[in-house]
Design a protein around this ligand. Structure first.
Ligand code: MN
Ligand code: MN
Length: 479
């Protein structure tokens, strides 16, 4: 064959991954950067599950959504939300078609790995006031030491008042940190396995060092810290027992790179998919099919509990959509609805990191900057715990993306048998709906500072919007 023919054949027959940036013109690039700025504010506003729910509700209410509690009935076009125990959220735009014909759902999680305080955290040792912690989710523990941390959460004082604590985010606030052994004396520590370089019980947070003005006081520094907390919040040491306090990185979301093409921030897994889902839902007006955002908690520890994706409270919120649009909901109505519902399990995936190339199969991994990633399956050790989307459904979603000219890619979470991970996809698919994983590739996932490409963030938003608007009840060929 002649050279030109071969080239044409190559173009016609082979798949070549391209940069998503090439799909966008200058005007669109401006939109991408503006979108990323709003996303960064969202991250800064909600660094815990609770705060993220509040950040979502604030944006939803500005966009005409009302608390589902305030309405007895829902009509087509209505915009409603329901908080799930203050740590999860379901929001919906009611469609003109019966809800029992199914919904188009975007399901993200809004918990992120972090460091929780223990029930009795405060102690004094070596002239330092410190707090004991128990980490949450899968982390490389050594990544969380020697960096500024902020403290977020709620406590109850002895009067039964709920108190919000937030220290370390304001520019004038002090911050906290987990100290680590100086390198000069680290010969033994550095010989440990990296997984034990910093151990769980070594994640102790420095919170004070100035003793109370009484030389006789036994633990004067601890007491001085307690006095400060009592003066400010009216709390005592005992009140930590019922509290929920999280330590999170104290810095704000930033642009990364000379070209500012990345967002660097804490908690992008999975708030990047929550934000893009939320933005897509808010863009939807008077849809045919009811469109839903379902944001769950506890994904990083197994999606259990009444705020995790397995909770019946999410089902209740979906049932409420049927009840308040049609007057009732039999078991069969709900099952029918699930049978015809489609969901993107909107969660992040690993982006290829050339420095650690051997962790990936280069031709089957997602790349930062190559667009929203659709993953047929996740899981580990032979796809365990994975949803494994049906080809018929995957192809339908891919066709919707292609029709809208959305740059998308696919991939696996790393090399076979190296590790792996799950999402809420399987939990939701168990209910009968069609589910596929879809989201933004992340560099340094679960690190205190995660990285995403702005092109991927935007194409994910575009993909989510297309999914909400274009997915129809029936999937061709899928009985
Ligand atoms: Mn995730
Ligand atoms: Mn995760």
């Amino acid at each position: 064959m002649k050279n030109k023919e071969v080239q044409e054949l190559e173009k016609k027959l082979t798949y070549k991954r391209e940069s998503a940036w090439n799909s966008y013109n200058e005007k669109q690039k401006e939109k991408i950067f503006a979108f990323a700025d709003k996303y960064k504010s969202f991250l800064d506003d909600g660094k815990t599950e609770r705060e993220c729910v509040e950040a979502c509700i604030a944006r939803l209410e500005k966009n005409g959504f009302v608390n589902a509690e305030s309405k007895e009935q829902f009509a087509p076009g209505d915009r409603v939300y329901r908080s799930i125990r203050n740590k999860g959220l379901v929001a919906a735009v009611i469609g003109t078609e019966p809800v029992t014909d199914g919904m188009n759902i975007l399901g993200a999680h809004i918990d992120s790995p972090h460091i929780d305080l223990k029930p009795t955290p405060l102690y004094e040792d070596g002239g330092l006031a410190l707090m004991k912690t128990h980490y949450y989710g899968g982390i490389k523990k050594y990544q969380w030491s020697t960096m500024p941390l902020a403290l977020h959460g709620i406590m109850y004082n002895s009067d039964g008042e709920k108190i919000r604590v937030n220290v370390g985010e304001d520019e004038n606030d002090p911050v906290f940190m987990i100290s680590e052994l100086l390198v000069h004396l680290s010969q033994e520590q550095l010989a440990r396995k990296a997984s034990e370089a910093v151990k769980g019980e070594e994640l102790n947070v420095l919170v004070g060092g100035m003793p109370i003005e009484d030389k006789e006081a036994k633990e004067g520094i601890k007491l001085a810290v307690l006095k400060l907390l009592n003066d400010k919040y009216g709390i005592t040491e005992k009140d930590f027992m019922t509290a929920e306090i999280e330590m999170v990185p104290a810095y704000k979301a930033k642009d990364i790179g000379f070209d500012r093409s990345y967002v660097g921030a804490y908690g992008q897994d999975d708030r990047v998919c929550a934000y893009t889902s939320l933005a897509a839902l808010m863009k939807v007006k008077n849809p045919e099919r009811t469109c839903v955002c379902l944001f769950s908690d506890k994904e990083e520890v197994g999606s259990m509990g009444n705020s995790g994706a397995q909770s019946l409270l999410y089902e209740n919120a979906l049932i409420e959509l049927i009840v308040k649009t049609s007057g009732s909901c039999s078991m069969w109505d709900f099952r029918k609805c699930m049978n015809h519902s489609h969901m993107l399990s909107s969660d992040v995936t690993a982006a290829f990191d050339p420095t650690y190339a051997s962790a990936f199969d280069k031709s089957n991994t997602a790349y930062a900057g190559s667009g929203v990633c659709l993953l047929k399956y996740t899981g580990s050790r032979g796809k365990a715990g994975s949803n494994d989307a049906h080809s018929e459904f995957f192809n339908t979603v891919a066709s919707v993306f292609a029709k809208e000219e959305i740059p998308w890619q696919t991939g696996e979470l790393g090399r076979v048998d190296l590790g792996g991970g799950g999402t809420i996809a399987a939990d939701m698919a168990n209910k009968g709906m069609n589910v596929i994983d879809c989201g933004v590739p992340v560099l340094s996932m679960h690190a205190p500072f995660e990285v995403t490409s702005k092109a991927d963030i935007y194409s994910t938003y575009e993909g989510f919007l297309a999914f909400l608007k274009k997915m129809k009840k029936d999937i061709e060929g899928l009985a």
